[in-house]
Design a protein around this ligand. Sequence first.
Ligand SMILES: C[S@@+](CC[C@H](N)C(=O)[O-])C[C@H]1O[C@@H](n2cnc3c(N)ncnc32)[C@H](O)[C@@H]1O
Length: 255
Amino acid sequence: MASYAYDQEWKDERERLAGIERLWDSGSHALLDRLGVSSGWRCIEVGAGAGSMVEWLSDKVGPSGSVTAVDVSTRFLEAIDKPNVQVLRQDVLDEDLPTGFELVYGRLVVEHLGKPALERMVAAAAPGGLVVLEDYDWAAADVFPPDPLFQRVLDAVTGFMERAGYDRFFGRRIFSELRAAGLEDVQAEARARVIQGGTPETVFYRLSLESLRDPIVASGALTGTEVDEALRRIDDPATTYVSPLMVCAWGRKRP
Ligand SMILES: C[S@@+](CC[C@H](N)C(=O)[O-])C[C@H]1O[C@@H](n2cnc3c(N)ncnc32)[C@H](O)[C@@H]1O
């Protein structure tokens, strides 16, 4: 069975997760707004990480709604102090989720855990409820000016995660996976970020590589010197990164 490749206890994990939020939250807000998430909805976020989407959903659904925040590591979520938020420490691969939600949401989680996580998320939706997934497809990820070291780092990082069960091309599969899971009215779209090296937007890249540095060097995919050089280039303002595609797909459970 697949597992999550990152160490949730790593010293800079909170900042790494904040880097994900900085890149993607505004687009996720726009998507969920467009899908009608509003006052009174019962929501669950699976793999809620550092919790910025939980806090946003909490404000969106207000006191008549609720947000259940699930993660296998809840140390950052426990800091959220909102009366309509419940935090559940749970491994979605081990146990069924609570049920009856109008929104079931997961970002950058199912790409690590695969179909068993997706099936549990679909089961958590109320009849007629929305399931919304956002996951990467790394095909578009690139750098300018062209840099062969970037491609080697990309292969080393995604290759390491793949050995734990990650799918670097899950983004393009979400649409068919949601239909195969029995959802109706399935739709999908994608967005990407174009970002400058050395800015807050590239913190996620730098910290993800730093977090995986030891196992990647131990595997022989890159030397320590190559990792240092890649980290230096990530901080170079002359470099432009095209992010992976963030593919968003959603569908409704049959009423
Ligand atoms: C890449 S982070 C994404 C965090 C957040 N969804 C976001 O986009 O900002 C993946 C999250 O999934 C959680 N996770 C990994 N495996 C899990 C599992 N088996 N059950 C529940 N949560 C899991 C991790 O602890 C982490 O917080």
